[in-house]
Design a protein around this ligand. Structure first.
Ligand SMILES: Cc1cc2nc3c(=O)[nH]c(=O)nc-3n(C[C@H](O)[C@H](O)[C@H](O)COP(=O)(O)OP(=O)(O)OC[C@H]3O[C@@H](n4cnc5c(N)ncnc54)[C@H](O)[C@@H]3O)c2cc1C
Length: 119
């Protein structure tokens, strides 16, 4: 794994005693503390944070029309998905983006076709 062995040992000891005592002083964890790491085999994977959604973007109405600064729809401009903003409030809950792009993408298709037909 290429990590300092003594630090890894300390981490494992800390976790094992947290599981044993049902008390996680480090992270105050209360769930999924059933399994200690006292016996092999061990497997390691590298994990890290990643960006999976962009919260900002243009404002739309329920017809997927882009709104101008005065909140009025810009004729003929329909968008959906990551380019939009504000749909999820302060935080996008995992999984909701796929629902968003399907529902609003479908809506944008319908509304833009209606717009073209009406020209
Ligand atoms: C690692 C990761 C994990 C995720 N996990 C989840 C999850 O579990 N559940 C969930 O709901 N959401 C998840 N998301 C978020 C979700 O995948 C995205 O919000 C969603 O795919 C965005 O769809 P979109 O159509 O708006 O944009 P995109 O999928 O980004 O589509 C935009 C498309 O436009 C194309 N494009 C860009 N510029 C041009 C151009 N000039 N001309 C022509 N084409 C262009 C791009 O190539 C791309 O194909 C995850 C995202 C990431 C990155």
């Amino acid at each position: 794994m290429g990590v300092p062995a003594d630090q890894l040992e300390t981490t494992l000891d800390t976790w094992n005693s947290a599981v044993k005592n049902k008390k996680d002083a480090e992270f105050v964890r209360t769930t999924a503390m059933d399994n200690d790491l006292n016996s092999a085999p061990y497997y390691a994977i590298k994990i890290g944070p990643g960006i999976h959604y962009t919260m900002g973007g243009v404002k739309i109405n329920s017809n997927t029309e882009v709104l101008n600064k005065n909140g009025k729809p810009i004729p003929g401009l329909f968008v959906a998905g990551e380019v939009t903003g504000g749909l999820h409030g302060q935080n996008q809950i995992g999984g909701n983006s796929v629902a968003e792009i399907l529902i609003f993408g479908y809506q944008a298709g319908i509304k833009s076709a209606e717009f073209v037909k009406a020209q």
